[in-house]
Write a protein that binds this ligand. Sequence first.
Ligand SMILES: Cc1ncc(C[n+]2csc(CCOP(=O)(O)OP(=O)(O)O)c2C)c(N)n1
Length: 556
Amino acid sequence: MKSGAQILLDCLKQEGVDTIFGYPGGRTLLVHDALMDDREIRHILVRHEQGAAHAADGYARTTGKVGVCLTTSGPGATNLVTGIATAYMDSVPMVALTCQVPTAEIGNDAFQEADMAGITRPITKHNYVVTDIKDLARIIHEAFYIARTRRPGPVLVDLPSDVLGAKLQPTVSQAAGRRGYQEKPNLNLKQVKLAAAMINKAKRPLIYAGGGITLSDSSDKLRALAEKAQLPVTHTLMGVGIMDPNSPLSVGMLGMYGAWYANMAVAECDCLIAIGVRFDDRVTGKVASFAPKAKIIHFDIDPASIRKVVQGGLPIVCDAGEALEQLLELVEARDRAAWFAEIAGFREKGPLPRPERDTLVPHEVMEAIAAVAGDRPVVASDVGLSQMWTANYLPFAGPRQYITSGGLGTMGYALPAAMGAALGNPDRPIFAINGDGAFQMNCQELATCAQYQIPVKCIILNNGKLGMVRQFQKVLLDSRYASTCLGHHVDFCMVSEGFGVKALRVKDKTDLQSVLQQAMEIPGPVVVEVPIHPDTYAFPMVLPGNDSTQMVFDAD
Ligand SMILES: Cc1ncc(C[n+]2csc(CCOP(=O)(O)OP(=O)(O)O)c2C)c(N)n1
């Protein structure tokens, strides 16, 4: 006979889980007790459950495996909510295990009871409450299956403590599956042929590629397609790394904080080949004027994403990798030099700004990080100006190298996500790049990094402000900086040392490179504070409601 807690761990191992990010409480006692003797699963004790969710997310995004987090009931579980919503918006495979009050007490307002199935219904792909130990193994396997297949996403499993304590003779578990749930859509070849014909005919085609390419591990196929048919590629924030930014085929990131020339390419293209994207409002700007001259082909695994924002076009419900393989056979080589020259003209007219100033400027900082970063680094960026600077100026040559909260835009993401990435990728250099505001939202995770010697190099771009919001205030509200000044100076080095993490401070341009180099030479976690002038912003940008080619290039 085995307890529910033991059966749970057996199932996790069968699913290949080697790491769980968790935090204990009264309702997790049996699970944490069973984990204590387990040699195959390591449990990382975070300092806040939000950190557990982001760490599981960072682990999942960078390894392609399902990330797992574990909490107690009530406040432990509700602390996961932002992390689950973050994963949901970016289609990250995750299983959140929340322990619960005993089944007999559910609905009684028991101590530390929260209805997690109800609370997370709109932010999970699926969720379960296990009310009988006989269902436990099936539900756990199903949760992993649903989390990682089709359009991935977070699945929550609520585990009442009596179920974890009950005993059962386990039976051999069966392969997971669900009636009515198709693991992959059937690719409609007729539609792909139509798409190929449209591409072959187009004079100015453009690929608009996003996170779906990474999720289906098909960036190589995308590159091959672009190469064969000579198709320029612009990518979303979630698509950073799927193209080598130095490739002549790459047109960089489009959208609100993307490159003007990428938005111009969208405006001028005659065929927009959208793959694994969802026409997010930060991409389209004013929808009515998005890609006005183009016929649109939209490849996506989720039929609900197709024609959600932009109407018309050719819909193809598919796995991106399968579609790209077929398309590669069907597209013809074309000379599109004139179109590439046109895009090069846009790039020359409106490049990404690289200003020269006495104070440190974003591209300099990013280039300095790139110079010390080493082989295939993984960078988790937070939300704010630092996110846009990282996406635009750090050259990511491969997928799963850049992770960020794209859809929800969650401040406090970077440090715990980098922690998860580090545990999933022990051979790679790992960075967290944060604004000083975002860093303060989950800086408690430095204690986790110190305890387990997780080698995250945590870079704080310190402008003393909530810079991205301040930028809006500067441009839209006549420089009235309401509630965006972080007031008194926080000594981040002292904070970090207090958590047991070594800290270094960059003075200015003269020591930037040497301090970063020094950080790389120190084993384990290190914090590096970099001073950024408060009036340094992320330009160009599209103002809300505007056409995406009408970008603002500076604040004056
Ligand atoms: C949890 C959360 N709260 C509020 C916001 C709104 N917000 C977006 S960017 C930003 C400012 C970020 O400031 P900081 O981390 O210092 O980075 P900076 O923009 O200065 O680089 C804020 C408050 C958010 N995205 N997430």
